[in-house]
Structures are given as structure tokens and as C-alpha cells.
Design a protein around this ligand. Structure first.
Ligand code: F0G
Length: 360
């Protein structure tokens, strides 16, 4: 029997890291159980990539299946504190799923703008089932973001913007960096992360800096950001007009947090590089088949980058590396189907039939 006295309730994210967040006594205690996601030390995948200390941070375990919940809970709570009745965002799918869920829980009107036809099926359904007003715009994410920014500035229909240009989003997303340090008892040597609108890499950079400044960790990790090759403005050093990649979550040509992200890279001695769609899909299959972790394709950009640098001999095999897996694989069944092909064996419903199908 466990000693009841040692069994403490699971803390809410905003309570656990309250001193680092813009939370006051007037901030509503909103929570769907976000944060506290697993940090998994990979054995088989690490061995495959020649790395002895490779971990993954499984952000797909958040309530709506992505890291967005960490920032959304803070942004929505602060919006309510400020008297908002409606929230709006543009999204490649995960921000909208998260805004829809937290907005529903808080009884707010939620409006989401999505690039038409370019959203993974699960993400679109999450927003619809939660009752958000979904507008599919004839344009990409960058165009949708500029429209919602303009809408949020108007006075005729007050609405609170919950994209990552809202500083409360990035404040909440910092908590993932805190959790990694708390779980490891130190900062990792390297933090690998997919980069789209570039908010998350900026938030992790700020989180590691907060802990280092407070003396909780000795050093900050090197930040390695990875963009999809067809949508790699930070690698090219200029916006991309028509971003293209199967990793639809990071199909972004003009990241809003450009300056913050390049600062996080440079202050940590890190890099932002590109990985191809084939490299992303290979890592997506590797982490599922070697570790049992089903992440969404965009998430696998972090591992694809680690695998590529490891192959090139650019990573110390003993370095403590954390790759962030930003979202859950269940969100994007179509990419999964295409990645595995037709692998289903057919059999008569009998022992002999199944034995024959398996070739036993
Ligand atoms: N991974 C996933 C699964 C994402 O959904 C996103 C961004 C990123 C990585 C990149 O993070 O934008 O902070 O650099 N998704 C946003 C959205 C754009 O609308 O859901 P970032």
C-alpha cells in the first residue's frame, strides 16, 4: 500500500510554475490537465542513431494533443481576466484545436481561420466538435495570420487574439523547458525542436534562460531548430511565398517570431536547419516503430534533424539530447495511411486462415 501522505494531487500547470507566469489572484484557474508530459529516454531509437542519451518530450500527451495547450491555457485565462468574451486565431490546425477547447471550457466565442484544404483531418474536427466558428480562407497560414491580426485591432467587434504573437502564449510554452530541466535534474546539452511560426523555439529559449538566471541550471542547451525544406525561411534568411511540405503544421513562410527565434538560436550557439519531407517521414516511422511513440509528421522534424546531424558526425554520442515531439500522430490519419501503405493481411476467420496469412 502506498502511504497516502506521499500521494500529492497532480498540480495544475499554472500553479506549478506560477512564479514564472503572468498569473495573479485575479487570473481564473482554468485547466484541462495540460503539461506534465512524459520525457522518455529512447533506447532503441538512440542506438539506431548512434546516440546514448537521446530523449523525447512527448507533447502529444497534452489535452488536445499538442504543446499549444501550455500557452493557450495562459492566454485564455488572461483574456477572461481582461474581460474578453471572444477569442480568435489563425492556425495550421493545432492552435485552433487548442483555442477551441479552452474557449469552450471558458464559455467564450471562438473564431479560427484555417488555410483551406491544408489542415490535418483530426485538427479540423477538434475545432468543429468543440463548437468553434471555423473559417477556411483561400490562402496560406501567413495570409490568415495577417487577417486575424487586423480583425483583432478593430473596435467594432472586440475579440482577443490568441496567436503566439500574444506574449501570454509564449510565457505558458516556457513551462516545457522547465519540466525538462526538472525531470533531468539539469539542462540538456542539446534541445532539438521543429520550427514553424517560431514561437515555440523562442519560448524554450526564454524558459532555459529563466532557469539559468535563477541558478536552477548551470548552463542553457544549444538550441537546434528544424524547418521543412520547402518551408524554411529562417534557413534561407528570407520569407518564402509559397511554402510546401507534407508537415502541414509547419507550412509557414514568414514566421511571426522571426527575431526572437534567431536570437534564441544565436544566444545558445545553436543552428536552424532544413530537413526534407522524406527525412521527416523516416523519423516519423522510426520513433513509432522503435519506441512506440506516434507523433505527427511536423513533430518528427526535430528527430529528423538529430538523425541527420548524428549521421554527419556532428553530435557527441554521449550528449544529453532532448527532441521535442510537438503533437500527436492521431491528428493526421491521412499522412499515416500514406506512410505505411497497404500492409493489412487478409485472412479467413480461422486458425488455419490466420496461420496461412502470416506464413506460419
Ligand atoms: N509542431 C506542431 C505540431 C505545430 O502545430 C507547430 C505549429 C509547430 C511544431 C511549430 O511551432 O509555430 O511555435 O514554431 N503550429 C501552429 C498552429 C502554427 O497553428 O497550430 P511554432
Amino acid at each position: 500500500m502506498n502511504d497516502r501522505a506521499t500521494m500529492v494531487p497532480r498540480p495544475r500547470l499554472m500553479d506549478r510554475y506560477r512564479e514564472w507566469l503572468p498569473v495573479t489572484d485575479a487570473t481564473p484557474r482554468l485547466s484541462l490537465g495540460e503539461g506534465g508530459t512524459p520525457l522518455v529516454r529512447t533506447e532503441r531509437l538512440g542506438a539506431r542513431y548512434g546516440l546514448r542519451n537521446l530523449h523525447v518530450k512527448v507533447e502529444g500527451m497534452n489535452p488536445t494533443g499538442s504543446f499549444k495547450d501550455r500557452g493557450m491555457v495562459v492566454a485564455v485565462a488572461k483574456a477572461i481576466e481582461g474581460g474578453a468574451r471572444s477569442i480568435i486565431c489563425a492556425s495550421t490546425g493545432n492552435t485552433s484545436a487548442s483555442a477551441a477547447a479552452y474557449g469552450a471550457a471558458a464559455g467564450l466565442e471562438v473564431v479560427v481561420l484555417l488555410p483551406k484544404g491544408a489542415i490535418a483531418a483530426g485538427k479540423l474536427l477538434q475545432a468543429l466538435v468543440a463548437g468553434a466558428r471555423v473559417v477556411a480562407v483561400d490562402g496560406n497560414f501567413d495570409a490568415a495570420l495577417s487577417v486575424v491580426r487586423a480583425l483583432a485591432e478593430r473596435d467594432d467587434h472586440p475579440i482577443s487574439l490568441v496567436n503566439s504573437v500574444n506574449p501570454h502564449r509564449l510565457a505558458g510554452q516556457k513551462t516545457a523547458a522547465f519540466e525538462i530541466c526538472d525531470d533531468l535534474g539539469r539542462a540538456p546539452d542539446i534541445l532539438a525542436i521543429p520550427v514553424g511560426n517560431a514561437g515555440n523555439i523562442s519560448a524554450y529559449g526564454a524558459g532555459f534562460t529563466d532557469y539559468a538566471m535563477a541558478g536552477i541550471v548551470e548552463r542553457r542547451p544549444r538550441m537546434l531548430g528544424f524547418q521543412a525544406a520547402g518551408a524554411a525561411p529562417l534557413v534561407l534568411g528570407r520569407p518564402v511565398d509559397r511554402p510546401e511540405t507534407i508537415a502541414t503544421a509547419i507550412r509557414i513562410g514568414n514566421p511571426a517570431s522571426w527575431t526572437l527565434a534567431t536570437a534564441a538560436r544565436d544566444e545558445s550557439g545553436g543552428r536552424i536547419e532544413a530537413v526534407t519531407d522524406d527525412e521527416i517521414l523516416a523519423a516519423y516511422r522510426d520513433v513509432a516503430s522503435e519506441e512506440g511513440i506516434f507523433c505527427e509528421p511536423s513533430s518528427a522534424a526535430s528527430l529528423a534533424g538529430v538523425a541527420k546531424l548524428a549521421r554527419a558526425g556532428e553530435l557527441d554520442p554521449d550528449a544529453t539530447i532532448v527532441a521535442v515531439l510537438t503533437g500527436n500522430g492521431l491528428k493526421d490519419p491521412h499522412t499515416a495511411e500514406a506512410a505505411v501503405g497497404d500492409r493489412i493481411l487478409e485472412a479467413a476467420s480461422s486458425v488455419d486462415g490466420v496461420r496461412a496469412a502470416l506464413g506460419w
